[in-house]
Design a binder for this molecule. Structure first.
Ligand code: DGL
Length: 271
């Protein structure tokens, strides 16, 4: 393999389902020359309420699938997988660089609220892992982190209730304890939450900065590709492939909402 064909290998992005397309969207905008292979485990979503052992097992299968497709970098778009299975991922990836949304979200939160009070909302598994608090404290030991699990948000977003009274009432309930701590920023620690950002903004108020890790992840990916000498040559147009483990049609419908543009063919994985 010569240097340019090596650099023209795709980036592998994966999530438990459709939500990771928010990261793909940011990558397409920031890195238009990069090819992307996306994997969404639609047969087994949601991960955010499953055990660590189960998530590790599923994650290992996804990583092996993407490595067989010769990706040059792995991006863990799922907060839940990043929270509990990062060691499994990096061990399998070997010298392929691995980026994840928790690192990106923690960095962005610390950048806008150094020494401050940071709220984190995410799935129950992510919150129970304490992964956000650990990563934020590693960057800023003085930060105060207030966490809240929001298990109902994923099904509400999947239902398309992005601006619905039920979602608004749910958000008011979930955010009340975090907002009572007078946080200056709120990390949207789940792939699905950027889709209800306008509603969360309304509930949290203008003073609270909402941290959406998709854009920061794309920035980190650009830096890491440059540092590693892995940026695409631009000789070939970027190619996008999407794999799911069940019901490609439903993925297509919801995915286009996440991506903000039409998806090409969605392929069903044959393990
Ligand atoms: N992708 C998951 C996350 O970001 C949300 C959906 C799920 O629970 O699988 O935590």
């Amino acid at each position: 393999m010569n240097a340019s064909s090596g650099n023209d290998r795709p980036i592998g992005v994966f999530d438990s389902g459709v939500g990771g397309l928010t990261v793909v969207r940011a990558l397409m905008e920031r890195l238009p020359l990069e090819s992307i292979v996306y994997f969404g485990d639609t047969a087994r979503v949601p991960y955010g309420v499953k055990s660590v052992a189960t998530i590790e097992h599923f994650t290992a299968q996804i990583v092996d699938f993407l490595l067989r497709r010769e990706v040059k970098m792995l991006i863990v778009a799922c907060n839940t997988m990043a929270a509990v299975a990062l060691k499994t991922i990096t061990a399998r990836a070997g010298d392929i660089p691995v980026l994840d949304v928790i690192e990106a979200g923690a960095r962005a939160a610390v950048d806008v609220s150094s020494g401050g009070r940071i709220g984190v909302i995410a799935t129950p598994t992510t919150i129970n892992s304490n992964a956000y608090a650990r990563r934020i404290h590693a960057l800023d030991p003085g930060a105060r982190v207030y966490s809240q699990a929001c298990p109902l948000f994923v099904p509400l977003v999947e239902e398309g209730w992005l601006d619905h009274p039920v979602t608004r009432l749910t958000a008011q309930e979930y955010l009340r304890p975090v907002l009572a701590e007078d946080v200056g920023s709120l990390v949207l620690g789940c792939t699905h939450y950027p889709l209800i950002k306008p509603l969360l903004r309304e509930v949290a108020g203008e003073k609270v900065k909402l941290i959406d890790s998709a854009e920061t992840t794309a920035e980190l990916a650009a830096d890491r590709l440059r540092e590693a000498g892995l940026a695409a040559s631009g000789l070939e147009p970027a190619a996008y492939r999407t794999f799911v483990t069940d019901v490609p049609l439903r993925f297509q419908t919801i995915g286009e909402r996440f991506l903000g543009r039409s998806l090409g063919e969605v392929e069903l994985v044959e393990w």
